[in-house]
Design a protein around this ligand. Structure first.
Ligand code: E4P
Length: 220
């Protein structure tokens, strides 16, 4: 399993990259809008200097023809760009056409197993089921991740399931146990995952005992 960072903040990408566990980055217009007017291309190129892995960049066109043109443009920014295309009829056609051209697609805004199946059949490299947004409306978002994984594995489809819209550390554990190939997580969730209060207590106790044992100088 891999972890991607779900952010358009270059500072957050730099901080997280130091931990050595981030293999890619996902962005979307909402995340970019928080970045004070930076150009999308410039931000993607900055991220590419830090993370040597897939960077998902979202298309905003609404017809298949426009989506394909936009996807070509986004893909030309950097070899690591993966274009995000939302799944509807126009999006599905664009996914198929882009995939045939060798443009890697992350199908976004997946809310049903059939949408995932269609995107995989169209050649999408990544399927992004949106867990948190399903939870928000009273559905079991993680069940969709399990269904997507079962579909691609049962039928040997090459798409990878990228659990998205994850909101807290338990989501990441559940996505891992559900067999998601990738989880994309907000930076705050990454830092929450690292922490455990008993680890902090344990470190303090070992340090205190190390002083008593003369391994390190005493604090005073
Ligand atoms: C990632 O690809 C998605 O755009 C992101 O995870 C959506 O998260 P949200 O539902 O919290 O906005």
């Amino acid at each position: 399993m891999q972890l991607f960072l779900d952010t358009a903040s270059i500072d957050e990408v730099r901080k997280a990259a130091r931990l050595g566990v981030i293999s890619g980055v996902t962005t979307n217009p909402t995340l970019l809008a928080k970045e004070g007017g930076v150009s999308y291309r410039q931000r993607v190129l900055e991220i590419a200097e830090v993370i040597d892995g897939p960077i998902s960049v979202e298309c905003v066109s609404r017809t298949a023809d426009e989506l394909v043109c936009e996807a070509r443009e986004l893909a030309s920014w950097h070899p690591n760009v993966v274009v995000k295309i939302p799944i509807d009829d126009q999006g599905l056609e664009a996914i198929a056409r882009c995939s045939r051209e060798g443009i890697r697609v992350n199908t976004t805004l997946i809310f049903s197993p059939n949408q995932a199946l269609l995107a995989a059949l169209a050649g999408a490299a990544y399927l992004s089921p949106f867990v948190g947004r399903l939870d928000d409306v009273g559905h079991d978002g993680m069940e969709l991740v399990r269904q997507c994984v079962a579909i691609v594995e049962t039928h040997g489809l090459p798409a990878r399931v990228l659990a998205a819209s994850l909101r807290h550390p338990l989501h990441v554990t559940q996505a891992a146990l559900a067999g998601a190939h990738i989880a994309t997580i907000p930076p705050s969730v990454l830092w929450q995952m690292v922490k455990h209060p008993l680890t902090d207590v344990g470190i303090e106790r070992f340090l205190a005992d190390a002083r008593v044992a003369g391994l390190i100088p005493s604090a005073d």
